[in-house]
Design a protein around this ligand. Structure first.
Ligand code: FES
Length: 118
């Protein structure tokens, strides 16, 4: 387990998302979207849409999904699966733990694995 502080929970209003740049084991920066649903649950997913180089944290949070603003695919925050075209490939989801006001994310241990584009 190698958690990193992604953001402060207070900075994440219900129904919003923000981007955090964390470090992979190689030291390479990796952008994730930290998302709080209207219900208050916090999730972490890859920030880059699997269809094109678009930041998902700039999209709308709808229930337990985030909508890519470019072409409208919605990704399930629990599984990373897109709901419809044009995105076809899931994105990674990551474990989140709240410690005080810190939102901790472990990018070294994804809960779901993105598949390569076919
Ligand atoms: S870039 Fe996200 S659906 Fe096209």
């Amino acid at each position: 387990m190698s958690e990193q502080v992604a953001c402060k929970a207070k900075a994440l209003a219900p129904g919003t998302a923000l981007r955090a740049d964390l470090k992979l084991e190689s030291g390479t920066p990796h952008g994730i979207a930290v998302v709080r649903t209207e219900d208050g649950e916090i999730y972490a997913i890859d920030d880059t849409c699997s269809h094109a180089d678009v930041s998902l944290s700039e999209g709308d949070v709808v229930g337990c999904e985030i909508e890519c603003w470019a072409h409208g695919s919605r990704f399930d925050l629990r599984t990373g699966e897109p709901d419809e075209l044009p995105a076809m490939t899931p994105i990674r989801t990551y474990p989140v733990r709240i410690d005080g006001d810190d939102v901790l994310v472990d990018v070294h241990a994804p809960m779901s694995t993105a598949k390569e584009n076919a």
